[in-house]
Design a protein around this ligand. Structure first.
Ligand SMILES: Nc1ncnc2c1ncn2[C@@H]1O[C@H](COP(=O)(O)OP(=O)(O)O)[C@@H](O)[C@H]1O
Ligand SMILES: [Mg+2]
Length: 468
């Protein structure tokens, strides 16, 4: 029973094909049976009509009528036979009386006539005892109908065989093509499994179901490859960032061990070691924070919020710091834009961007925050009048611990973790963060893929978008 159920849940192509062939043969047989029944019914009706016509004739006129009909039918297609009550032949092409005189139509084979070319024919006939006592045999040749049946059988059987052959050939071809593609996919999968992460599954370009699944798997592999490269970059970054303070700490401790020093000197060395270990701890905490951002609990805290409110809070928070550095910090007029998000994380992301702008913009400069919405996408831009980020480093700065080269030798502090934190928060909000062309200035844009726009009553589109 279980086997039968699984057969219906996952029918094999061969089983389906056999089922279709059986249905086709069944339908064809039904068609033949109905056609033959109809033809035979018509012949029988005609025979009984003839019997009725002759029955109603006066008994002495019957032989003359039969003789006339027989002479009108030289090929014996509608033959008669008239016999005496005792079965002696009187008139008609049938000279021998068939054995059953029951008035029921039956099939018979006979050679009528006495000429050399006369052949055996198939007939449908009936033998009836007339009220006068005489026995009437009337029949009709069925050779024409037999021929029609043969042609019908030939056409239908031929088309059936043709359809079956075409079905089998095309099924085999389709099966072979699918098997070939699956073989290619299996080979490519084995290569990927053996460590060739840059390898992708082959696409046929037909856009069918296998292609769609393959494309999804390929994009998944792209993401896996990107993640692995990110992890490699992060590992290299961690090694680099931790090695510097650890080397310093080890050097100081080694020197101290070799020299005889006062208690105050030892205290200083311990302070330096503590400072360096604090740096290591801070960097690990930052990494932990990025790791925690992807956790499900954070995802659950997301709810629709107005980005305008979040940005106003961030501007309020950093206003004093900007003033201290003689920088202007403003949010350009804009309208509410709703996204599904987590307020604290978004505050932290935009806060990081403003902290960078504050850090890298020389005194007297300006920091401008913009919020606008176009084509269903909500964009937040943080611009400053600082040195900007070189084009070649615009992707690299999002890697943990990466600091742009132009920062080397400057006095700005930082560990290079801020922008990777922003990127992680953006990913969590289905947003994309990038460094845009801002002339010599820096422009960081966070684009949320789906935003909900609230049009203030009566506001036109131009008023709604941010003035740029
Ligand atoms: N507004 C900016 N102007 C110029 N350079 C920037 C700006 N924001 C970020 N950067 C560059 O990107 C690097 C990475 O930034 P971030 O991850 O925040 O690290 P950090 O601020 O600790 O240096 C910075 O070191 C800096 O070189
Ligand atoms: Mg920073």
């Amino acid at each position: 029973m279980h086997k039968l159920c699984s057969l219906f849940r996952q029918p094999s192509p061969v089983l389906l094909f056999c089922l279709q062939a059986a249905i086709a043969i069944g339908l064809f047989s039904l068609l033949c049976w109905v056609t033959i029944r109809h033809t035979v019914g018509e012949i029988d009706e005609h025979l009984f009509l003839k019997v009725t016509q002759i029955q109603h004739l006066p008994p002495d006129e019957i032989p003359a009528r039969i003789a006339m009909d027989t002479s009108d039918d030289p090929e014996n297609k509608r033959p008669y036979g008239y016999f005496s009550p005792r079965g002696e032949h009187i008139v008609g092409a049938f000279e021998t009386l068939p054995s059953k005189v029951d008035g029921k139509p039956f099939n018979l084979i006979a050679t009528l006539g006495h000429q050399a070319g006369d052949v055996q024919r198939h007939y449908r006939g009936v033998v009836v005892r007339l009220p006068s006592g005489g026995i009437l045999v009337t029949a009709r040749s069925t050779d024409g109908e037999g021929h029609f049946d043969k042609v019908l059988l030939l056409i239908a059987g031929g088309s059936l065989v043709f359809v079956l052959v075409i079905g089998m050939v095309s099924g085999t071809l389709v099966n072979a093509a699918a098997a070939r593609r699956l073989r290619d996919v299996r080979r490519a999968t084995q290569q990927i499994a053996s460590g060739r992460l840059d390898h992708r599954l082959p696409l046929s370009g037909s856009g069918d179901d296998i292609d769609n699944i393959t494309a999804v798997v390929n994009s998944m592999l792209d993401e896996v490859e990107r993640l692995i490269r990110d992890i490699q970059g992060i590992c290299a970054g961690i090694a680099h960032e931790v090695r510097t303070p650890m080397t310093r700490m080890r050097g100081t401790l080694e020197t101290t061990r070799r020299r005889t020093m006062s208690v105050t000197d030892y205290e200083q060395v311990i302070d330096t070691a503590l400072q360096q270990s604090d740096i290591v701890m801070t960097r690990f905490s930052a990494l932990l924070r990025i790791a925690q951002i992807g956790e499900a609990a954070v995802l659950a805290r997301k709810s629709p919020l107005n980005l305008q409110d979040v940005l106003n809070d961030v501007i309020d928070f950093y206003e004093a710091a900007a003033e201290e550095r003689s920088l202007t910090l403003e949010l350009l007029p804009c309208v509410p834009a709703i996204v599904n998000g987590e307020a604290d994380l978004l505050f932290s992301a935009f806060g990081n961007l403003i902290e960078n702008a504050l850090k890298f913009t020389p005194p007297g400069g300006a920091i401008t925050v913009m919020l606008h919405q176009r084509d269903g996408k909500v964009t937040v831009e943080v611009r400053d009048t600082g040195p900007g980020i070189p084009v070649a480093e615009r992707d690299l700065v999002f890697l943990p611990f990466y600091r742009a080269k132009h920062q080397a030798g400057t006095t700005t502090t930082g560990s290079g973790i801020g922008l990777s934190l922003v990127a992680a928060i953006a990913r969590l909000h289905n947003a994309n963060v990038s460094i845009r062309e801002g002339g010599p200035r820096c422009c960081v844009a966070v684009v949320f893929e789906s935003g909900m726009h609230i049009h203030p009553a009566g506001a036109s589109r131009e008023e709604v978008d941010c003035k740029r």
